[in-house]
Design a protein around this ligand. Structure first.
Ligand SMILES: [Zn+2]
Length: 580
């Protein structure tokens, strides 16, 4: 019966993923995600805003601009006719809806693109509207959130549409300079000029589950190369694997994830957690007690006072013990609310470096560390904590982001050294490490490093040019591994124990040399015997060392940090003699 057909269409909708016939209202209640197969249907901008912002907080920004048909473009239809048709079918004025709103109580400026409107194409009006939204964010000193959905530039506006990539990017650069957070949420599809500008040059890039993003579309690439494309090419998970996005987020988690990120980066101001602490486990109470202890004068026992009884080679074996807590363990036990950020934006996401936003006693920090593992499988998956150039570039990206947002950086060093592979060399390992060391010397935010396990040569230093360097009692920090040293300077590698002693790589030795500022005592016999107590002690030491740095103006921090490292060049023979 033809008379009922339109009504049927409104009530039911067919999933593009599994072809299930779905009751429209049920689908909408499920945020337009297929309950059968999880397919995320495309959303128009108004519905997207409704899902993301706090009810009643939306304040649309002006969207009327002078009519633009800058190059009098005509294909089979004059461009103005296409605009008129797009407006009639969507009820929108342009392919983007801009507004201010709050998300979880955090004010933001938002620009949400709508693919239904001429494929979400980036024309002069879209560029102007997004730029104005960014300027509004700058005026009000609030974060900018962009939700992208676009086939690329609007060809009907010719090279002027191309210019919008630069216009919007400039506005994003101004927000960077002002230390204001920019976030883009990639939704399906995001291609061409939008992908190559404001979809990816924001501080944080989230991809909605199922989104595809790329510069050239798959059809074009297949035509040009004449080859089949890899499975899952340009999908959100592919992008995550290749370091292009910080995270892939299911639609139902998107609002919550944005709230967490906005809270963590709230102008770097120390804020109290807005939700009560979960799981009041006994160790959390102990941690709270540690916070109070840290508020007073540093109560960390001076490890130097107790003579080191452990042989250097034993310490090396302790530092490498597979049960020793890893960076992810400390992120769980010492910090709260860790949100991992991924990728170097150049093609990879190195598993040997983990980093992201976290809280330390309610203060937001950026934590970056080497990740090893407890089992052989974990160690292999993490490349034994040996960072690739991509890992160093990811770390660099997160350090710079922290500085821009006024967040202190805490690095946890535990690596045998940088990845010594052929591919690492091909991808510029040396330059990547050099760039990190240079960037850290001038990073205008507090940097606190803890050598938690192995501090292996340049790979360690790439995370350790800090205002304060702490070291766990049984960690080691050395220019070369004892085995490597033995192989070069002794008849064979079996001399590693002697080399370990000669290298002065233990915490007490390095404290005496001034390379390390404080030794954090481990519980008996070592960290892996009582990880909870180790976490407690580390947290106390972190707070005692970090809090004073927060009061130092950034320019002075940088000056003092440079002096700290300059003085090693002038180490006198007399100081060396002070070592056993
Ligand atoms: Zn489905």
């Amino acid at each position: 019966m033809t008379a009922t057909a339109p009504r049927e269409e409104q009530l039911w909708s067919r999933c593009a993923g599994c072809a299930s016939l779905l009751y429209r209202k049920r689908l909408r209640r499920n945020l337009d995600v297929c309950p059968e197969c999880g397919e995320h249907a495309r959303l128009g901008a108004p519905e997207r805003l409704r899902q993301l912002v706090d009810p009643g907080s939306l304040r649309p920004l002006a969207d009327r601009l002078p009519e633009a048909d800058p190059i009098d473009f005509v294909d089979v239809l004059p461009y103005p006719h296409r605009l008129t048709a797009a407006r009639a079918s969507t009820g929108l004025v342009e392919a983007v809806v801009c507004a201010t709103a709050t998300i979880g109580g955090h004010p933001v400026a938002m620009a949400v693109m709508d693919f239904r409107f001429l494929g979400g194409s980036l024309g002069c009006a879209v560029g102007e509207l997004i730029t104005r939204t960014a300027e509004r964010a700058l005026d009000e000193r609030i974060p900018l959130v962009l939700v992208t959905a676009s086939g690329g530039a609007r060809m009907q506006e010719g090279v002027l549409s191309l210019m919008q990539m630069a216009t919007v990017s400039q506005a994003i650069a101004a927000l960077r300079e002002a230390g204001l957070l920019t976030v883009s949420v990639l939704t399906d599809p995001t291609y061409g000029g939008v992908a190559a500008s404001f979809a990816t040059n924001t501080d944080l890039v989230l991809a909605e589950s199922g989104a595809r993003m790329g510069f050239a579309g798959p059809r074009v690439i297949r035509q040009v190369t004449g080859r089949a494309l890899p499975e899952g090419f340009q999908t959100a998970d592919f992008l995550l694997r290749h370091g292009q996005v910080d995270m892939v987020v299911q639609r139902r988690s998107l609002r919550g994830r944005l709230m967490a990120l906005l809270a963590a980066t709230h102008a770097g101001a120390p804020t109290r957690p807005s939700v009560p602490r979960q799981e009041p486990a006994p160790h959390r109470e102990r941690l709270a007690a540690a916070d109070e202890a840290a508020a007073g004068p540093p109560a960390t026992p001076e490890a130097d006072a107790t003579p080191a009884v452990r042989d250097a080679w034993d310490t090396v074996r302790m530092a490498r013990h597979p049960g020793r807590p890893t960076t992810l363990d400390y992120l769980d036990s010492v910090f709260d609310g860790f949100v991992e950020l991924h990728g170097d934006r150049l093609g990879a996401d190195c598993p040997a470096i983990v980093g992201g936003l976290a809280r330390l006693a309610g203060r937001h920090v950026m934590v970056i560390g080497h990740q090893k593992g407890h089992t052989t499988a974990e160690l292999v998956a993490r490349n034994f904590g040996m960072a690739s150039p991509a890992g160093h570039r990811k770390a660099l990206r997160l350090m710079r982001l922290a500085a821009r947002l006024g967040l202190p950086v805490v690095t946890l060093v535990d690596t045998p050294g940088a990845d010594p592979g052929v591919s690492a060399e091909e991808h510029g390992q040396a330059a990547a490490i050099a760039e990190n060391i240079l960037a850290l010397t001038v990073l205008p935010t507090p940097v606190l490093t803890v050598i938690t396990g192995e501090g292996g040569s340049g790979g360690a230093l790439a995370l350790a040019v800090a205002d304060r360097v702490l070291m766990l009692e049984n960690a080691v920090y050395s220019v070369i591994s004892p085995e490597g040293c033995a192989a070069i300077l002794w008849p064979d590698r079996s001399a590693a124990p002697q080399a370990a002693r000669a290298l002065r790589l233990s915490a007490p030795d390095l404290r005496r040399l001034g390379v390390v500022d404080e030794v954090v005592p481990e519980p008996p016999a070592a960290a892996h015997d009582d990880p909870a107590e180790t976490a407690l002690r580390l947290r106390t030491a972190l707070l005692a060392n970090l809090l004073p740095l927060l009061d130092v103006p950034p320019a002075m921090l940088v000056r003092l940090r440079r002096q700290r490292f300059r003085r090693f060049g002038a180490t006198r023979a007399g100081q060396r003699a002070g070592v056993r």
